[in-house]
Design a binder for this molecule. Structure first.
Ligand code: SAM
Length: 272
């Protein structure tokens, strides 16, 4: 049971309710976001409001999305004290982010939605996000080509943003304690490093390649040709005719090389 401000609520494992209790890590996350009184911040997951309170003190406006209405007493406490906090009750995966108009995101994410929420954020317009993830997930986000953690997530994120690993966070920083380490990551959105002809096709290429990340590009694309909506024989023919080293192993390709490969395949399929 968690008891804070005289409120007793049993945390839900299913909703990823490991609440931050160590204020040092709250400070680290807020500092990394370089908040000013001009910033409009989105937080995902109010919990007991430990992070919300610091955001409210440092930003112009805070939107916090929380799915669990049992946490209403914490929301009432925080909105009584800070008039710049709006609590939005619902599933962050379903809320229309574009309607809110925030420029920063700071959150200790419920880990079960780490992947979909990250992909959703990458499609949204903002400047900076400081997010807490499971340590293993964070390592995959920042991984460089040629390393064991490099994968679809690394390329998809690094294509649209600069990623900085801020710090590792031990289980003792939370209550209840999670079984694994966590990490704070800073995502700075920017123009894509390279231009892809078609983003949806690029995402399909990523999916096709990284289903076989230790294989060669040729083998991976033949085995996963269904992801591109292309027949096996057709993809074999295309691979013979593009100017790309298809004998390279997938995990050794940089994001830029994958973008180039995607464009070559796309143009070939569009024009032939
Ligand atoms: N920000 C608080 C903190 O740092 O202590 C809470 C973090 S806790 C890891 C994650 C919070 O997200 C929980 O309060 C949980 O109820 C909420 N949550 C889980 N799934 C959600 C979803 N799909 N949309 C919005 N909130 C969600």
């Amino acid at each position: 049971m968690n008891k804070k401000w005289g409120i007793t609520i049993k945390p839900s494992k299913k909703l990823g309710q490991c609440f931050l209790i160590d204020k040092n890590f709250v400070k680290k996350a807020v500092d990394a976001a370089n908040l000013t009184k001009d910033d409009v911040v989105l937080e995902i997951g109010l919990g007991r409001g430990i992070l919300t309170e610091e955001l409210a003190k440092n930003a112009k406006k805070v939107y916090v999305i929380e799915i669990d209405e049992k946490l209403r007493p914490y929301a009432e406490k925080i909105t009584r004290e800070y008039d710049n906090v709006d609590v939005i009750w619902g599933d962050a995966l379903k809320v229309n982010f574009d309607e809110l108009g925030f420029n920063k995101v700071v959150a200790n994410l419920p880990y079960q939605i780490s992947s979909p929420i990250t992909f959703k954020l990458l499609k949204t317009d903002f400047d900076v996000a400081v997010l807490m993830y499971q340590y293993e997930f964070a390592k995959r986000m920042v991984a460089k080509e040629g390393t064991k953690d490099y994968g679809r997530l690394s390329v998809a994120v690094q294509y649209k943003a600069d990623i900085e690993f801020i710090c590792k966070v031990p289980p003792s920083a939370f209550s209840p304690r999670p079984k694994v380490n966590s990490a704070i990551v800073k995502i700075v959105k920017r123009e894509p490093l390279f231009k892809v002809e078609d983003e949806e096709f690029f995402e399909n290429v990523l999916r096709a390649l990284f289903q076989h990340k230790n294989k060669t590009v040729r083998r991976a694309l033949i085995n996963s040709c269904h992801e591109l909506g292309v027949e096996r024989e057709k993809i074999k023919e295309i691979l013979e005719n593009i100017d790309f080293n298809v004998d390279e192993r997938v995990f050794k390709l940089s994001p830029k090389e994958i973008g180039n490969l995607s464009n070559l395949l796309y143009n070939h399929l569009r024009y032939k």
